[in-house]
Design a protein around this ligand. Structure first.
Ligand SMILES: [Fe+2]
Ligand SMILES: [Fe+2]
Length: 172
């Protein structure tokens, strides 16, 4: 079954969203590295890789279904940031936007009775629950531990522990 025009467009838009997310995390990682937040840098570098893999999943899915993927231009991410907390707040907002976008595609697939796309999207439904939880947890730590140097040091260590190896995680 051919994917509907509306869903093909949404899937292509999602390629751009994942690419932008990947570059936003890459920029955050780079800033953290320069600033001396080594754990956070490690975490955001793996986040960037993970988003890159998400992007590839959409590219491969569209191509595999005979609806050629469009490779987009990437938005210029910020070069500097106010604080680690600010990065995490923005990340949560962006992830919430991605969740909305995924849910919209699930709605389209359901409307189209496109079971194939629906099944493909389930990975991302679950993934977004994890992504939002990650940043909610970190932001909660700022409220619990505070924002002084010692607190940031602890949160940086926590983020180091959250750095995952996306290659193994995303294999399915
Ligand atoms: Fe993603
Ligand atoms: Fe994400």
């Amino acid at each position: 079954m051919k994917i509907s025009t509306a869903l093909v467009k949404a899937l292509n838009d999602q390629i751009a969203m994942e690419a932008n997310a990947s570059y936003a995390y890459l920029s955050a990682a780079s800033w953290c590295e320069i600033t001396g937040y080594d754990g956070s840098a490690a975490f955001f570098y793996t986040q960037a890789e993970e988003e890159h893999l998400h992007m590839l999943k959409f590219v491969n899915f569209l191509n595999g279904q005979g609806s050629g993927a469009t490779i987009p231009a990437v938005k210029q991410p910020p070069k500097t940031y106010k604080s680690l907390e600010e990065i995490c707040k923005t990340a949560l907002t962006n992830e919430q936007g991605v969740t909305k976008s995924i849910n919209h595609m699930v709605d389209l697939a359901q409307k189209d009775k496109d079971h194939n796309s629906f099944t493909f999207l389930q990975f991302f439904v679950n993934e977004q629950i994890e992504e939002e939880q990650k940043f909610e947890n970190v932001l909660q730590k700022f409220n619990l531990l505070g924002r002084d140097k010692l607190a940031i040091y602890e949160i940086d260590k926590l983020l180091a522990g959250m750095a995952i190896t996306p290659v193994t995680e995303s294999k399915n």
